[in-house]
Write a protein that binds this ligand. Structure first.
Ligand code: MLC
Ligand code: AMP
Length: 463
């Protein structure tokens, strides 16, 4: 039987070694594998077959881990769904993913799909998958407003996690405190699967709270918002952090102020790395060696990175093969490089800096938000003619969404704002505009195309 190297290595870890703690209880590798096998049997009894897609709409917890392991064992494709998404955000994803089963605690959100409230247990099924099978289908915000499906294969993950290992040197003595949601690449691939591949330990929490880390934790992965929120405690009680040896930041740019303040408080330089759902990790600073704040390090082994007119372009074994179900031919160059839409530059030592974005995207607390998606929801509000959204700087979340709005003649601003807020309530929290501006017209180019970059620069926003 030829399995993906990931599974072979996961199955070879000593069964008695502790791997996962949830709410104070530790499971061993043997227990976790058995849980995966029984969950796979239950999925099979619900009609799920290898290669079928199963949507996981669950908060971080043991049920979600069991569901992932069950899909892994059965060779089903997991479709992680953002647990905060509302109907309007879930609908296009479900339409494209066509899951045979949705595991959710909120079945009312999935009226046309087969659902189950969390996984159950059945007759054990052995872990098996083809070496290059798709193992997860993640949806990422497209600039058009419709999320795009990114098939991630076992082979992408294994290449990427091995290349990261050369930089981060995670050992089986290390313990990661994971508070990131498991529905994004950061928490799912680097966090959960990074640990499972390496034979390390994982302390899983439901969410990030800026409290003292578990005393045994050696590693922590976060978005910049986590470090900003944690800073006061780091400065007040640095001894609470004494067990940590690696703090990683990604998904969004980390400011020099936060990096320096954490270094001042703990003597640890946060390690910055750069990645995308489509590419997994692209570049990283090293754990040992020259860690440069304000840069995202150098390309991972096997990954080629180049800058073309300032845009970061990437090729290599961790880069996906194309969006699903609608390939976007513009996404790749003729010579096979993926266009990230991020703007970069090299520093004097060949380290990459991310300096901006060449596509319309707002990143709120590490979560990608497509301005076009928010506009499409807001423009339905009564009395609203046009809406243009942009990112506005925010001390906590790095950016928040701002909306510039053109009203129909005779509409009162108060009534329009109430209608806009009501429409925005149909979106998950981070996508809702925090600030609105009523404008006479939106900035457009000669062809009439909305210029979202100019909204942030030219429009004065109220609260
Ligand atoms: C919270 N909300 C979200 C959300 N998290 N909405 C959409 N997506 C999310 N991930 C909503 C809640 O439902 C709530 O809405 C409102 O925001 C406030 O909730 P909260 O729990 O108080 O939020 P807060 O604590 O402020 O959460 C912000 C956050 C969290 C930054 C702590 O979003 C987070 O953990 N972000 C990390 C995201 C991440 O993992 N990114 C990696 C992407 S992978 P309501 O209705 O209740 O008001 C990637 C590749 C790479 O980028 O390189 O890593
Ligand atoms: P996602 O589509 O959720 O995978 O988000 C990927 C995007 O997050 C990238 O295209 C970047 O814009 C951004 N990103 C990830 N890591 C970093 C980083 N270290 N610094 C700046 N932006 C980042």
């Amino acid at each position: 039987m030829v399995r993906p190297p990931f599974l072979t290595r996961f199955l070879a870890h000593p069964p008695g070694s502790a791997v996962l703690s949830w709410e104070g209880r530790w499971l061993s590798y043997g227990e976790l594998r058995a849980l995966g096998e029984r969950t796979a049997g239950w999925l099979q009894s619900r009609g799920v077959r290898p290669g079928d897609r199963v949507a996981l709409h669950l908060e971080n917890g043991l049920d979600l881990v069991a569901a992932h392991l069950g899909c892994m064992a059965l060779g089903a494709v997991r479709v992680p769904l953002n647990a905060h998404y509302r109907e309007v955000e879930l609908a296009p994803i479900l339409e494209d993913a066509e899951p045979v089963l949705v595991l959710t605690q909120s079945p009312a959100l999935f009226p046309h799909s087969a659902t189950a409230q969390g996984p159950g247990e059945g007759d054990p099924v052995d872990f098996w998958a083809g070496p290059d099978d798709v193992t997860a289908l993640l949806f990422t915000s497209g600039t058009t407003g419709r999320p795009k499906g990114v098939p991630q294969t076992w082979s992408m993950w294994t290449h990427n996690l091995d290349a990261l290992q050369a930089r981060w040197s995670l050992t089986d003595c290390d313990a990661l405190w994971l508070t990131l949601p498991l529905f994004h690449t950061h928490g799912l691939v680097l966090g959960l699967h990074g640990v499972l591949l390496r034979g390390a330990r994982l302390m899983l929490s439901a969410r990030f709270d800026p409290v003292a880390p578990p005393p045994d934790a050696t590693h922590f992965y976060g978005v910049p918002t986590y470090y900003r929120r944690w800073l006061p405690l780091m400065q007040e009680s640095p001894s609470a952090f004494h067990g940590l040896k690696l703090l990683v930041s990604g998904s969004d740019g980390l400011s020099a102020e936060v990096s320096d303040a954490v270094f001042g408080a703990l003597g640890i330089r946060i390690l910055e790395r750069y990645g995308m759902t489509e590419t997994v990790m692209i570049s990283s600073n090293p754990f040992t060696g020259d860690r440069r704040a304000g840069t995202v390090g150098t390309a991972l082994d096997g990954t080629e990175v180049r800058l073309v007119e300032g845009e970061v372009q990437v090729r290599g074994p961790s880069v996906f093969g194309g969006y699903w179900p609608r390939p976007d031919l513009e996404a790749f160059t003729v010579d096979g490089f993926f266009r990230t839409g991020d703007a970069g530059e090299w520093d004097e030592s060949g380290y990459l800096r991310i300096v901006g974005r060449k596509r319309d995207l707002v990143i709120v607390g590490g979560v990608n938000v497509s301005p076009a998606e928010v506009e499409a929801v807001l423009v339905r509000a009564a009395g609203v003619l046009e809406v243009g959204c942009c990112g506005l700087p925010d001390d906590d979340l790095t950016e928040v969404v701002g909306a510039a709005v053109v009203l129909a003649p005779g509409t009162s601003p108060e009534a329009a704002l109430a209608a806009l807020r009501e429409a925005a309530a149909g979106l998950s929290g981070l996508k809702r505009p925090r600030r609105y501006a009523i404008v006479e017209a939106l900035p457009r180019n000669a062809l009439g195309k909305l210029q979202r970059g100019r909204i942030a620069r030219e429009v004065e926003f109220g609260g």
